[in-house]
Design a protein around this ligand. Structure first.
Ligand code: SF4
Length: 344
């Protein structure tokens, strides 16, 4: 049977010794910087700590405050975000930084409801910033927390239907005492001990209270419903080169990878493309050479992208010429893969 006070005591004491040292976390006794907490939480929604760290360090060195980020050029921020995916989040990031600067004097509001009213701040991020940056008793429920709850209580309802139940179970542990540490302790337990596969139950501080451990198959929680197959699409990209430069285009602001720099491409559709058909979408007539295909998996579909390349001396003004290395660094991962495939 789960005992809230005992579990809290054990987990917080474990956190005091085993909590992760992360670049956005304040050291013990220091006040967290809401800007760094917010930025890290937005980045971590879509990637791992290891991957986000580089981006976090880059962002905070270029834009050390929310005011500095608010004043940045859109294109510069989108380029810095390249590789993190979900570009709508980068646009929301800027919108939020500008709202904090324009409407709150560059200071993040310190309660969950006011945070939630900022552009792009969903329920999760508002709760995380309220708890971690301002020590408010907010219920912070990410995938790690859901997993821990599903195991602690051996919840049989499969995900995603179990989400409300898991959220309620997590809320039962939130108190006025150390809410920020509690949120981070649960996240850390989920990330380092109660891992998705092969949880390390033998070193778990709350093992004695864990129903899934007692049942004997903790790794089978959370229960899952069968997932529908991800649709598959095809496209063709065009790499026009001029010396060391590669031609890019600015993608439309709305839609997948909106507002980012990318390679000229056909639409991405379920049917394959013939070369003749694809070339009608090329940025210009050229002796296109087929250098292979890259694959990429987005959240809602997977993609085969055929890569055509051609040298040129003249090209339409609408193209943006960028050094190959910079083009690979500043474009979303799917285009970087294509650029890296094409011989320099
Ligand atoms: Fe997770 Fe195992 Fe700890 Fe239960 S005992 S919370 S399954 S690590």
């Amino acid at each position: 049977m789960a005992s809230v006070p005992r579990i809290r005591t054990r987990l917080l004491s474990w956190y005091d010794t085993h909590g992760r040292t992360l670049p956005w976390r304040a050291a013990a006794g220091q006040t967290p910087d809401p800007y760094r907490v917010w930025l890290s939480e937005v980045m971590l929604q879509q990637t791992t700590v290891a991957h986000a760290t580089r981006y976090f360090l880059d962002f905070t060195s270029r834009w050390p405050t929310v005011r500095a980020l608010a004043a940045a050029e859109d294109g510069e921020v989108m380029a810095a975000w390249a590789g993190l995916g979900y570009y709508a989040r980068a646009r929301n990031l800027l919108a939020c930084a500008r709202a904090v600067t324009a409407n709150h004097g560059g200071v993040f509001p310190d309660d969950e409801a006011a945070l939630r009213a900022l552009p792009g701040l969903g329920a999760y991020t508002a709760a995380a910033v309220a708890a971690i940056a301002f020590n408010r008793p907010a219920n912070v429920v990410d995938g790690n927390v859901e997993r821990v709850m599903s195991r602690l209580f051996a919840v049989e309802t499969p995900t995603p239907a179990a989400k409300p139940e898991l959220g309620r179970l997590a809320a039962g542990f939130v108190t006025e005492e150390r809410p920020g540490d509690w949120a981070q302790a649960l996240m850390d337990l989920g990330a380092t001990v109660c891992r998705p596969r092969a949880p390390l139950c033998l070193v778990c501080p709350i093992r004695d209270h864990c129903a899934a451990f007692r049942v004997g198959e903790p790794g089978t929680f959370p229960r899952k419903t069968a997932r529908a197959a991800r649709p598959h699409r095809h496209g063709v990209v065009f790499i026009l080169t001029r010396g060391d430069d590669v031609a890019l285009v600015r993608r439309p602001p709305i839609g997948l990878l909106g507002g980012t720099l990318g390679l000229p491409t056909t639409p991405w559709r379920e049917a394959t493309w013939t070369l003749a058909e694809a070339k009608t979408h090329a940025p210009r007539t050229a002796s296109w050479r087929d250098v292979g295909t890259v694959t990429h998996v987005f959240t809602h579909f997977s993609l085969d992208l055929r890569v055509l390349t051609a040298p040129t001396q003249s090209a339409p003004d609408s193209l943006i010429w960028i050094r190959r290395a910079a083009a690979a660094a500043d474009t979303p991962t799917v285009f970087r893969k294509a650029i890296e495939l094409a011989p320099g």
